[in-house]
Design a protein around this ligand. Structure first.
Ligand SMILES: Cc1ncc(COP(=O)(O)O)c(C=O)c1O
Length: 370
């Protein structure tokens, strides 16, 4: 009898598995702690403030109708997103986090013989999705931990189907300017799809947010991804969305599940979208946290990449070891060896108290004084 390994599609059996931020429950079990409250997760760039209170209310209301399937067409959520962004509802597709939309893009546009272009240190899921579709990944070196868009446009080959630009980028917390984007869009051949992943964009002040939706409105082959997991504080509900020209959205609809966004997720996301006060408070928490971490790193004599959003890449030397040592202190961060940065860890900005505990633990782990 053949094993499952032998029966599987060979390119699937060989796929790398995404290493997510570790959940507090798992780490508590490992450390033999009864109380998960002693553990701080600064590993997945979630919102330290929690969900928007308006979204919480919507979730409670929606709980009563959870025996019913959701609206498979996400009518009201698409309307709300479209009017929020000034696009047409036919240009919007919500999904199970933006992760699902990356996967759908892979299913629709990638196959053996095609490739994607991305930065060496960019969101890992692009690469995993490309491999799952048997497409090649052309990874372009970054400059100062920032996308080198000129080099990325030069890396495009006749086989390139998509270029992924996370802006701001994870795990570096850096961003590219509107000017660099516009130059890039002039250089990219029309047949290549550019996917701007804006998972963190709402954490920036409005004046600092680049405008890439203009390219969707102009009918270019551009897909913009956004999520309710970060600024809106709804990572556990799994709601993200794509904005793209209507023919692209129609194709993505061919490969999605019929009820890909939960009813509770749809209602909470609509409420969160309207909660401007929560977004403003979140931005302030992040800005204050950045100042706090930078002061701490300076005191510890560490080099870091100046962050623009709610996470920071810091050079601690032997990152995985430091990640393990911090975990023993009850602080979950993210090792970066999988991104080719073995001396760095990535820390999500938390509340003032969480940041303080994290910096104190880091000082102990490094044997330094704060
Ligand atoms: C750049 C980027 N894109 C997409 C995602 C996926 O987010 P979600 O699937 O929760 O919307 C993340 C999550 O960490 C991210 O950092």
């Amino acid at each position: 009898m053949k094993s499952f390994q032998e029966l599987a599609n060979p390119w699937v059996a060989d796929l790398a598995v995404y290493e997510p931020g570790r959940p507090v429950e798992e780490v508590a079990r490992e450390l033999g702690l009864e109380d998960v409250g002693d553990i701080i997760k600064l590993a997945s760039n979630e919102n330290a403030l929690g969900p928007s209170p308006l979204a919480l209310e919507a979730m409670q209301d929606s709980a009563k109708t959870m025996h019913l399937y959701p609206d498979g067409g996400t009518f009201y959520l698409r309307q709300a997103i479209a009017s929020h962004l000034g696009v047409d509802p036919a240009q919007v597709l919500p999904g199970t986090g933006s992760n699902e939309l990356i996967e759908l893009l892979g299913n629709v546009f990638l196959r053996n013989g095609t490739n994607i272009v991305m930065s060496e240190q960019a969101f890992m899921v692009y690469r995993l999705v490309a491999s799952a579709s048997r497409a090649e990944t052309l990874a372009v070196p970054m400059t100062d931990f920032t996308h080198d868009l000129d080099a990325m446009s030069r890396a495009i080959t006749p086989e390139t189907k998509m270029v992924f630009v996370a802006n701001p980028n994870n795990p570096t917390s850096t961003m590219v300017s509107q000017e660099a984007i516009d130059r890039f869009m002039d250089a990219v051949p029309d047949d290549v799809i550019v996917c701007f992943d804006e998972a963190y964009v709402e954490l920036l002040d409005e004046a600092d947010q680049p405008d890439v939706l203009q390219y969707v409105r102009a009918g270019r082959n551009v897909v913009v991804l956004r999520t309710f997991s970060k600024a809106y504080g709804l990572a556990g509900l799994r709601v993200g969305y794509a904005v793209a020209p209507a023919p692209c959205i129609a194709l993505l609809n061919h490969v999605r599940q019929p009820f890909n966004v939960t009813a509770m997720g749809q209602m909470a996301a609509r409420a969160a979208l309207a909660d401007e006060a929560h977004i403003a408070q979140t931005r302030k928490l992040v800005q204050d946290g950045i100042v706090q971490f930078e002061a701490g790193f300076r005191a510890l004599g560490l080099a870091w990449v100046p962050p623009v959003v709610n996470f920071v890449l810091v050079e601690v030397g032997a990152g995985r070891e430091k990640f393990m040592a911090l975990q023993k202190e009850g602080i979950i961060t993210r090792p970066m060896d999988g991104y080719g940065l073995p001396d760095h860890i990535r820390i999500t900005i938390g509340t003032r108290e969480e940041n303080e505990r994290c910096l104190a633990a880091l000082a102990r782990v490094l044997g330094k004084e704060l």
